[in-house]
Write a new protein. Structure first.
Length: 248
């Protein structure tokens, strides 16, 4: 029997991070469609206001400006984004020392024992974290808390932007039934295609497969994701601070 206290893995994901930092630095940009990437002619990041207009990352700048001539276009300032990233992680470390800096705008953390230390439930930890980031940094973040890293990452995407979701064991089937298989962290396009070819369209259907079938089809990485989706923790937090990220 698992208690609610086994639901301790947190994932925090900054909302539209690069564009959000630019809006935090220049309040005149708040509420406006903002993109970064002027230096390359390709959009590196878009604010939620820009995304609402159909402007996405990877779009050519001239195409975006044709869609919306009043778009605020800025060069990417990675040095500043890195400083904001470190501020975000330092706020997270007020709640727990167990923090994995996953990327420049995402982190995992383990809240094991924090409910007793902080005197509040996981939902309240998520609220306090979001409030601190909003007040001190002028940014919004989305937070997911669950049994494993894979589930927590799924949860942080569920109520974006500026939302939070706590997923406990008894509610796993509900969340997994509404999660398309290609939206699961760790299931790439090739793996998703193999599963879809077998009629496996949701994360829940994937968890119902036999272990041997999963290993045969997707090998060890797929099997580990299969376990994580069932709430069986495989992926541990990498607690060493990062000095660089594979991708900005």
């Amino acid at each position: 029997m698992h208690s609610p206290s086994d639901c301790t893995i947190l994932h925090v994901d900054a909302d539209g991070f690069f564009a959000g930092v630019e809006q935090a630095l220049n309040p005149a940009l708040r509420g406006r469609p903002v993109v970064t990437g002027a230096e390359r002619g390709i959009i590196a990041a878009a604010s939620y206001e820009a995304k609402a207009l159909g402007i996405k990352r990877g779009l050519q700048l001239h195409e975006a400006q044709a869609l919306y001539p009043d778009l605020a276009v800025l060069p990417s300032d990675y040095e500043t984004y890195s400083l904001y990233s470190q501020r975000l992680f330092s706020i997270l470390r007020r709640f727990t020392p167990h923090v994995e800096e996953y990327s420049i705008d995402e982190a995992f953390a383990d809240l094991q024992g924090c409910d007793k230390l902080l005197g509040c439930a996981q939902e309240r930890v998520a609220e306090k974290l979001r409030d601190a980031v909003r007040t001190e940094m002028g940014l919004t973040v989305s937070v997911g808390i669950s049994l494993t890293k894979t589930l927590a990452k799924l949860c942080s995407k569920f109520r974006k932007p500026d939302g939070q979701t706590v997923l406990r064991r008894e509610h796993l089937p509900i969340m997994l039934r509404r999660t398309p298989i290609d939206k699961v962290w760790g299931i790439g396009p090739a793996s998703a295609a193999k599963l879809l070819a077998r009629g496996i369209t949701t994360a829940h259907a994937f968890t119902l497969m036999e272990a041997a079938s999963v290993i045969k089809l997707l090998h060890k990485p797929g099997y580990e994701t299969w376990l994580e989706l069932q709430g069986r923790q495989v992926f541990k937090l990498e607690l060493n601070p990062k000095t660089e990220y594979a991708s900005m």
